[in-house]
Write a protein that binds this ligand. Sequence first.
Ligand SMILES: [Zn+2]
Length: 147
Amino acid sequence: MLDGDLAVSSLTRLHDALTESSGTLIYHVEGDVGCDGRSQLSLAIGGSLSLCCQRCLEALDYPLDLHSLLEFVDDEHDLTQEELEDDSRDFLPNQKELDVVELIEDEILLALPTVPRHDSCRLPAGSDAASGKVSPFSVLAATRRQA
Ligand SMILES: [Zn+2]
């Protein structure tokens, strides 16, 4: 069992998605052995990240409350179809040394929304025209308004 906290600034692979890298996350890792004799690791991660809203480009507070169950296998080819389709756990190849921070970073990356957005916010005035970029969503919304 392992409890600790992690500075967001140390999770460098997350930085592209963040508006700021201050703050800390807390984690809890617990090892166990599953009913089929495989090592398992349950991972809990909590805290909050400051993502960049893809609509208004302002900071978006994203609360993290992740719980993952990882199971270690000697050979991923041993897994049955049923196990592969089981969403309640993830499988990882057995490895001699486990980098917990890297695992935590992986889990967070998987959990982050690909297009983080506030529930309701506005595009910054003139930004689309200024950048020359138009999001497919805004085009769709405009089409709907005309219809
Ligand atoms: Zn926004």
